[in-house]
Design a protein around this ligand. Structure first.
Ligand code: UDP
Ligand code: MG
Length: 316
């Protein structure tokens, strides 16, 4: 069998060579046929020259794509999956947070017949607040979303050829991998590993990207939030009716007085805010339709290098 590793890289010049060496030492020991598919996601540093260098040093087992600009990790993963030719594919971060030593275990599980072998990172060592917020988020999401999203489960996983083909066949522009992995299904097995710290360079995640990611997770997979908006509207309208009846009733009994300025302001402001949120929600869906309707490609490639033996194969 042949194993492909898909590695998205964005400004990873500090760590990419170390990553390559570590992974190769593991793979050589395992004695599998393998290839490394690097996807340079429009890095602004020396990542691309390093990839060129790696491809020159290991021409038979290295392929890379370089994007014309930074398109994001999701398009990078998609590009890598399209590019990979292996019978099984492992998606790994370039920063060595995904221990290469786990490849062996993943392969063992793959040979037992699983189509997705998922490494779930335990959260010990993470900031407490982030852990707590994640827990809360996943609990909320799983009551909302049709597909199951699990805490600590990310892109670090092995996919069989069947699973890769399924993922690549999904044409959507907005790709939320976590949901897609779960959506395609197939025989899935999960094991835990201890999270390692980033070896060098720095994380590209900011609080804002995390919040955006969170919203994506909620919205990418169904229309249930819209249904929730309808229910909220209905309950508020019923409350408003009851309140109106009560006001009319008390005016009929006690005559008209005109207090309630604060109540009025509070209700107008509150409802105004709520309407904005719901408009924003509808806007999110429409925005997604807009992006899908444009049918733009997920990424643009400015440079691609593929193993020499492939060139021979296509020339035949
Ligand atoms: N990455 C990417 N494009 C981006 C951001 C990140 O390809 O726009 C890659 C990055 O090079 C790394 C992986 O995605 O290999 C995970 O990124 P990072 O380590 O910053 O995320 P974290 O591990 O902190 O969640
Ligand atoms: Mg990382």
């Amino acid at each position: 069998m042949k194993l492909s590793l898909v590695v998205p890289c964005y400004n990873e010049e500090d760590v990419i060579s170390r990553f390559d060496a570590r992974v190769r030492s593991v793979l050589d020991r395992l004695a599998v046929d393998y290839e490394l598919c690097y996807v340079d996601d429009g890095s602004a540093d020396g990542t691309l020259p390093r990839l060129r260098d790696l491809a020159q040093r290991h021409p038979a087992t290295t392929r890379y794509l370089s994007f014309s600009r930074n398109f994001g990790k999701e398009p990078a993963i998609l590009a890598g999956l399209r590019e990979a030719t292996g019978d099984a594919v492992i998606i790994m971060d370039a920063d060595l947070q995904h221990p290469p030593e786990l490849i062996e275990k993943m392969l063992d599980l793959y040979h037992l017949g699983h189509d997705q072998v998922v490494a779930r990172r335990s959260r010990d060592g993470d900031p407490r607040l982030r852990t707590a917020l994640s827990r809360l988020y996943y609990r909320a999401v799983n009551t909302w979303v049709d597909v199951e999203l699990a805490d600590g489960v990310g892109d670090f996983r092995l996919l069989s050829r069947t699973a890769v083909d399924a993922l690549v066949s999904l044409p959507e522009y907005n790709r939320f991998s976590k949901g897609l992995f779960s959506w395609i299904g197939f025989d899935t097995v999960t094991f835990d590993y201890r999270n390692a710290a980033r070896e060098a360079g720095q994380t590209k995640w900011r609080l804002r990207t995390l919040v955006n990611y969170g919203i994506d997770g909620m919205i990418s997979f169904n229309c249930r939030p819209l249904r929730a908006a309808i229910y909220t509207g209905l309950s508020l309208a019923s409350l408003a009716t009851l309140y109106t009846l009560w006001v009319i009733g008390s005016a009929a009994v006690g005559g008209i007085t005109a207090p309630g300025y604060v109540t009025l302001v509070a209700i107008i402001a509150g409802l105004g805010g709520l309407q904005m949120v719901m408009l924003g929600l509808i806007g999110e869906y429409i925005g997604r339709i807009y992006y899908e309707a444009k049918r733009r490609p997920h990424f643009l490639v400015k440079e691609a290098v593929r193993p020499v033996r492939d060139a021979v194969r296509t020339a035949k």
